[in-house]
Design a protein around this ligand. Structure first.
Ligand code: CDP
Ligand code: CDP
Length: 211
């Protein structure tokens, strides 16, 4: 039996990972998992219980109590969850508790999964690994536009600063830091819209699969 196809899509905030991974999954007929939701759901549990995402006991208890329904909550996005997710994600016991779920998801029927450590830790044998990135300015503008569209007036500089803090924390943590796997295909989406990024990704993937 051949191993199910797994495509790992890693990279920093607002690189376009989710948009790309969702489309690849739909086109290739593979299940999709947004692994950032797991960390967001842990942060949500901690915050709802009145705890701090930086508190190891609170974060571990929340990760251990996670349910599938937690991933469906409408309030997993937003600045508090962004930072909270990245704070719980820096804690080794939290990451360990979420690992089996992610690996089992990939092993069942294959998957396209987006996150920070899919190609390096969760699925190091993934058939294709993409590391999607873009300039900090382009990424901040994308998130700022999303906030504008939601009717949340906020200075672009503030969005950029929040994002820089989170990306630095994600890249500097000891366990499963955000970084391209050695065999990752790097896709810089600066100046590319979502369609152009998708086409560029398909070309990279085809070349890798043909090789
Ligand atoms: O998942 P990640 O945080 O990497 O990014 P996303 O949520 O998929 O995309 C962030 C925003 O950038 C969305 O509003 C997309 O429409 C937009 N965008 C994109 O996804 N891809 C591009 N090449 C350009 C913009
Ligand atoms: O959509 P965006 O790129 O802004 O964030 P996300 O993918 O939803 O991830 C939220 C946070 O969860 C990240 O800043 C990371 O700290 C953490 N995360 C992680 O550590 N490992 C993953 N595989 C996915 C997310």
């Amino acid at each position: 039996m051949t191993a199910p196809v797994v495509i790992a899509v890693d990279g920093p905030a607002a690189a376009g990972k989710g948009t790309l991974a969702r489309r690849l999954a739909a086109e290739l007929g593979l299940p999709y998992l947004d692994t950032g939701l797991l960390y967001r759901a842990v942060a949500r549990r901690v915050l709802l219980s009145g705890g701090l995402p930086t508190n190891p006991q609170a974060a571990e208890a929340a990760a251990a109590a996670l349910t599938p329904e937690d991933l469906q909550r409408p309030d997993l996005r937003g600045p508090d969850m962004d930072q909270g997710a990245s704070q719980v994600a820096a804690q080794p016991p939290v990451r360990a508790l979420l690992l089996d779920f992610q690996r089992n998801f990939a092993a069942r029927n294959g998957a396209v999964m987006d996150g920070r450590d899919i190609g390096t830790v969760v699925c190091p044998d993934a058939r294709v690994k993409l590391f999607v990135t873009a300039s900090a300015a382009a990424r901040a503008e994308r998130r700022w536009l999303e906030r504008q569209a939601k009717g949340e007036p906020i200075p672009l500089e503030e969005v950029a600063a929040e994002m820089a803090v989170r990306d630095a924390r994600d890249a500097a943590r000891d366990v499963a830091p955000m970084r391209p796997a050695e065999d990752a295909l790097v896709l810089d989406t600066t100046g590319l819209d979502a369609d152009a990024a998708y086409e560029a990704a398909l070309q990279l993937i085809r070349a890798r699969l043909d090789a």
